[in-house]
Ligand binder design. Sequence first.
Ligand code: ADP
Ligand code: MG
Length: 292
Amino acid sequence: MSNQPKVNLSEKFKFGTQLGKGSFATVVVATEVATGTAYAMKVIDKARCRGQEEHIVKEITILKKIRHPNIVQLFDVFETRDKLYLQMEYVTGGELFDRIVNRGNYTELDARTLIKSILEAVTYLHRQNIVHRDLKPENLLMAGPNDSPPPPTPRASDDIDQVKLADFGLATMAETDFMLKTSCGTLTYVAPEILRQEKYGKPVDMWSIGVITYILLCGYPPFWAEDDTGVLELTLRGKFKFFSPDWDSITPTAKDFISRLIVVDPSKRMTCEDAIAHPWIAAAEEAPKRVL
Ligand code: ADP
Ligand code: MG
């Protein structure tokens, strides 16, 4: 993959706790010995992506250029005979998924703040023709109190930390992983055109953002059935409801926002730019600033 000088990874980093595990990669804490800085190291098993090395190098080159406050930064990539090591920014606040589980649901103001950050990150990616394609609360990490400097203005809620997108871009590599995942219970966020095995692109991210918004506001997914086949059928039809009483107190603007994202026809779905301009996001009140 590279003509880079050889580094001894086990001398450069002290490997620690496992942060997560997927079907082709493991993420562990790796502390750089020289600086004491903790990173998240994604260790990818090359055997799982044989024959795609060139693609992977190309994609990693793109990922290394990405700089956005709401996207987990990739600092460096190392390679051994069997493995690829992605040295990433370590985000310590846990997964958004766990926050939803703990809180049940979010207030509309908090949900809006979160979704706005996600939209800003996805707009940045889409402008560079990068589709995340696996947006879901497990891949949205929360910056912990020490990850970033304090914001210049007071936040809407003390409980809302900065959100960071993780786990994207390695589309070719994730192909098998993706199919695997979709067949074992994470159909919740998958756009119908993917299920129909049609050509797909940026709109799949917008569908997922619609589903995430729905879940943030009520605590359960828009398409729910006893098994995957049921979820698949409901998703393909795209019919969902704002159930009473859960949705009674939610503003019509929020419902409109969701209804323009969870749309079966990808060409009729809002784009990221549309979503940012939608009144639910655009008219978001700024948190009050202290005057004196
Ligand atoms: P996979 O492709 O296996 O889903 P991810 O990149 O999503 O891999 O990582 C799996 C899990 O590891 C994430 O859901 C998260 O809990 C944890 N994780 C990943 N990246 C980071 C990071 N930069 N900082 C902290 N935890 C991380
Ligand atoms: Mg993931």
